[in-house]
Design a protein around this ligand. Structure first.
Ligand code: AMP
Length: 403
């Protein structure tokens, strides 16, 4: 790598999508961002925003039969902005990989052994790891000479103690099938917990933080001195909080009950719990903006969905307060956490005894910056800390290849 190779391309590959960002690590500026959707369909769509060039958003709709075609189209767009992927300034490509299991717990330069391990984990991440592998192989074909780095969603949670990671089921069965709690959204939890420490003017080692990543998917984590000690997602991203379309925690016997009494197959129940549950299942909407609008109009189903969402969230705040013993900050992040003031207010309402409160005026202010929204007197800082998973992936990738 040459000294002026300071750019990192971050790729987040889904089964039919490819999100990307090109960053310059010399200052951490974003040069271009974009998304390809509907890969493999007749009308694939690429939306590209050349931030460095200051140009307007560009869109292309054309058939892109596979990820190779999608990445080539992205490379063409970047070349048009003078940011081509053949540039010597490109230091590495960083890939978001959802499941790293127990072995891949650090950002890792991808070789054949790493590819094999990601593949071995497909049974525990059947939706995500195959798509991530496709993205990696595509990028390797485009730039075989360049370091490709995998950054794992599960990695930050690998420090969970065994008593938090293990389900209370037969140990032999669990181990034979790699059944345990892994946790997800780890890149976000890592970034936000560190940014929260910064906001408090402290080192990550010196603070205990509860991070509430509330997006369409949602998870909470308890972070003690910079290390994750518990998180709400488990073997898969289904466990924990009420989400946009996922149920979060339920009695596992609900599944047997539906199999035996509703004649549903395991595929149907899987779809029910992952796609037709959560806020969507409860009220027919998964967007918090729409739910709040309906509540303002007196809609009772939307109000109940909101109450169920908040009730679960408060239970996790209470649980993680007990896990941590001392909490210095509660940080809200992701789409709902960063934008929905009523969620933040309701989450800590009446919890002054636990040191938690929000200031109505600070909570109502809108900003893209990390900010404190609790009043001076509150023992625990409540903060809004925008997440930036791409920057975190780029930072980790660059740190690895430039060391
Ligand atoms: P994410 O998965 O982090 O992109 O978050 C997406 C979710 O954030 C959406 O489904 C909405 O529920 C929520 N969201 C985004 N913007 C707002 C907003 N201004 N107010 C309330 N919720 C929002």
């Amino acid at each position: 790598m040459t000294a002026d190779a300071t750019r990192v391309l971050v790729l987040n590959s889904g089964s039919s999508s490819l999100k990307y960002q090109l960053l310059d690590m010399n200052g951490g500026t974003r040069l271009a961002v974009g998304l390809v959707e509907r890969i493999g369909e007749p009308a694939s769509r690429l939306v590209h925003t050349p931030l460095a060039a200051g140009g307007d958003k560009r869109e292309r709709t054309e058939p892109m039969p596979d990820h190779d075609a999608a990445l080539k189209a992205v490379a063409d767009e970047l070349s048009e902005d003078g940011l081509g992927l053949d540039s010597p300034e490109l230091a590495a490509i960083g890939h978001r990989v959802v499941h790293g299991g127990l072995k891949l717990t650090e950002p890792t330069v991808i070789d054949d052994a790493v590819l094999k391990e990601i593949e071995r984990l497909v049974p525990v991440a059947p939706l995500h790891n195959p798509a991530n592998l496709t993205g990696i192989r595509t990028a390797q074909r485009l730039r075989p000479d360049l370091p490709q780095v995998a950054v794992f969603d599960t990695a930050f949670h690998s420090t969970m103690p065994e008593y938090a990671a293990r389900y209370a089921i037969d140990v032999e069965t669990a181990d034979a099938h790699r059944v345990r709690r892994y946790g997800f959204h780890g890149t976000s939890h890592a970034y936000v917990s560190r940014e929260t420490a910064k906001l408090l003017g402290k080192q990550p080692e010196d603070v205990n933080v509860i991070v509430l990543h509330l997006g369409n998917g949602a998870s909470a984590s308890a972070v003690a001195g910079g290390r994750c000690v518990d998180t709400s997602m488990g073997l898969t991203p289904l466990e924990g909080l009420v989400m946009g379309t996922r149920s979060g925690d339920i009695d596992p016997a609900v599944i047997f009950h539906l199999e035996r009494n509703a004649g549903m197959s395991s595929e149907e129940i899987d779809a029910l719990l992952n796609k037709k549950s959560g806020l969507m299942g409860l009220c027919g909407d998964n967007d918090m903006r729409e739910i709040r609008r309906r509540i303002d109009e007196g809609d009772k189903r939307a109000a109940l969905a909101f109450d169920i969402y908040i009730h679960r969230l408060r239970k996790y705040i209470g649980a993680y307060t007990a896990v941590l013993g001392r909490v210095d900050a509660v940080a809200f992040t992701a789409g709902v956490g960063e934008n929905a003031a009523p969620v933040r207010e309701a989450a800590v309402l009446g919890l002054e005894e636990m040191g938690l409160a929000v200031d109505a005026r600070l909570n109502a202010e809108r900003s893209d910056e990390a900010r404190i929204i609790s009043p001076e007197y509150a023992r625990v800082v409540v903060a809004v800390v925008p997440t930036d998973e791409e920057l975190e992936i780029a930072n980790q990738t660059y740190a690895l290849v430039s060391s």
